[in-house]
Design a protein around this ligand. Structure first.
Ligand code: MLT
Ligand code: MN
Ligand code: ZN
Length: 304
């Protein structure tokens, strides 16, 4: 399986248009230890020709432009054969509008995400007016059975419900349902190698930690360094856990749990521009790296 990280940032990207935090400022000033990052998305392929997109970020067109393996070879050709949505968040779905010329898209999501994208944020409905007509919806059932995606016939997919939050626009904000947020395990049937992708995780439940321990590769959210990062920095009045994001540092942080896992390679994704780990000259970056945890970057390729 070939994995390409199209975007490694949380909502807003780095630099975020209205942000002058130390990372966004440093990037604009050309500091070499801070990278530009678009909003989080990955794509997978087993043949290098046909791709499954996980989340459609608002930056999708720039991401495709920067990824020659996604460019058309025929006069008109869409190499993204399926799109999986992990939730209905703006930073994970809005890019579908940018792909409207390729309708109809095969989409995979839970019924809760399908409902959001037909009602509160009706992207799927709106797209019915384009070319081939909207999307072809394939329901994903969390904690149920493995499912297949035809362009990756040698792989199996399994969705895990995650406790996080529903999008800020949702009727279910602060009262999320099973199915509003999922993580997905992707298993290569031949090699048995397992990728576990969790770009939005609020609570470290035991069934999720057990799944992490079995994985060969984790692509897991690293949104915030501390739970009160947004409050302390005067960016917002919300804790990370209010937004559905477990912090990296601290007694109840993700690093403590990742330290207990021997098997997987551990790579962070969906990292907010305020997170001090995004400047490689900061002590927090050095601390993270000392735990054997990596930070994904736009254009990162991993083969497992
Ligand atoms: C999140 O990850 O909490 C959301 O992407 C927030 C947002 O919509 O900006
Ligand atoms: Mn997000
Ligand atoms: Zn910033």
């Amino acid at each position: 399986m070939r994995i390409e990280v199209l975007g490694s940032s949380a909502g807003g990207g780095l630099p975020q248009f209205n942000c002058n935090c130390s990372n966004c400022k440093a990037y604009r000033e050309g500091k070499s230890t801070v990278k530009r990052r678009t909003q989080s998305s990955i794509t997978l392929s087993e043949d290098g020709e046909n791709w499954v997109l996980f989340n459609a970020s608002p930056d999708i067109l720039e991401q495709i432009h920067n990824s020659s393996f996604l460019h058309p070879k025929k006069l008109r050709e869409n190499r993204i054969k399926a799109i999986v949505f992990m939730d209905a968040q703006i930073d994970h779905t809005t890019g579908l509008l940018g792909l409207r010329e390729g309708c109809p898209h095969e989409v995979y999501c839970t019924k809760e995400v399908n409902e959001e994208l037909n009602t509160s944020f009706p992207l799927f409905k709106m797209l019915e007016s384009w070319n081939g007509g909207g999307v072809k919806y394939n329901e994903v059932f969390p904690n149920a059975s493995k499912f297949k995606i035809p362009v990756m016939p040698n792989h199996e997919f399994f969705a895990h419900s995650l406790i996080s939050n529903a999008p800020p626009y949702s009727l279910y904000r602060d009262n999320p349902r099973v199915g509003d947020n999922i993580g997905i395990t992707i298993i290569n049937k031949k090699t048995k190698k397992r990728l576990f992708y969790l770009p939005g995780l609020g609570v470290l439940e035991n069934h999720i930690i057990e799944e992490m321990a079995k994985s060969d590769l984790l692509l897991i959210e690293g949104t915030l360094w501390t739970n009160d990062e947004m409050i302390k920095g005067r960016f917002s009045n919300k804790l990370g856990t209010d937004m559905g994001h477990v912090p990296l540092n601290g007694e109840n942080g993700l690093i403590k749990v990742l330290d207990t896992l021997k098997k997987p390679r551990k790579i962070l994704i969906h990292i907010n521009n305020t997170n001090p780990i995004l400047d490689e000259s900061n002590k927090e970056y050095k601390e993270l790296i000392s735990h054997g945890i990596e930070i994904s970057y736009d254009g990162m390729r991993i083969d497992i």
